[in-house]
Structures are given as C-alpha cells and as structure tokens.
Design a protein around this ligand. Structure first.
Ligand code: NI
Length: 137
C-alpha cells in the first residue's frame, strides 16, 4: 500500500537561555553569544509534525488532523507554550534547551501518542531561518 505523509504545523512561544553550568560565564558567552544572556530571550517556534501511513479507505485519511491537533496540544503545547523552558520544564533543568534538544523532547512526547500511522518527521523552526529536523534516529 502506498504511504502518504501528512503534516500539521503547530506554534508556540517560549523563552530560553543557552548556558552550560559546567562552564564559566566567559566560556558560555564565547560559545553561545547573546543566547547565554542571563535574563533569557524568546522565540516564536513552529513545529511541523509529519505522520506517515496508509490511507484508510473508509475515511480517506492517514490520520484525522483534528485528532492529531489535540495530541500536539496535550503533549507539547500545554507544556511548552508561554513557558520558560529552563525554569518551567523539568526535563530542561539539566539539558540545554537548544532546538536540537527541544525537537527530540517533542518526539518522545508525540511518538507514542500518534493516533494512526507513525510519526515520521519533526521540523522545529526556531526562527524563519533556523530549523532542525528529527526523524527519530
Ligand atoms: Ni534562542
């Protein structure tokens, strides 16, 4: 059966700071630049959630996007939107909340909860120019 990939784009705002507590302030500033500023900064993130699977002959859907929307809201947006990732999300207390780490966190939340098909790809846009992609490997 042919596989089709469907994608839902979600959006959230969050603050973060890139900072390695094992390093000096000078080393953090050298590596992370203004991203290490102590009072945090924010991003308008987009998260593209792609699900792959066979088309259900009864519905014509791979996955019902309204159901997928609810899963994304429950598993990701309710925990990240309008949060300070370093301070409000326990998983980022010791993990630097880079886009690379955030996208893997999103994968762990979403992959077990996909209602039909399988999670095939996440793309996390931190800015219009900077994005990371994760396929679970
Ligand atoms: Ni940033």
């Amino acid at each position: 059966m042919p596989q089709v990939v469907v994608t839902r784009r979600a959006h959230f705002n969050a603050a973060h700071r890139l900072f390695n507590p094992a390093w000096s302030d000078a080393e953090n500033a050298r590596v992370f630049g203004p991203c290490a500023n102590p009072h945090y900064h924010g991003h308008n993130y987009n998260l593209d959630v792609s699900v792959a699977g066979e088309v259900d002959p009864e519905t014509g859907y791979v996955v019902d996007l309204s159901v997928l929307k609810g899963v994304i809201e429950e598993r990701v947006l309710s925990r990240l939107d309008h949060r300070n990732l370093n301070l409000d999300v326990p998983d980022f207390a010791r993990t630097i909340p880079t886009a690379e780490n955030i996208v893997q966190w999103c994968w762990r939340q979403l992959a077990p909860a996909i209602p039909r098909g399988r999670l095939a790809r996440l793309v996390l846009w931190e800015t219009e120019r900077n994005l990371v992609e994760y396929t679970g490997g």
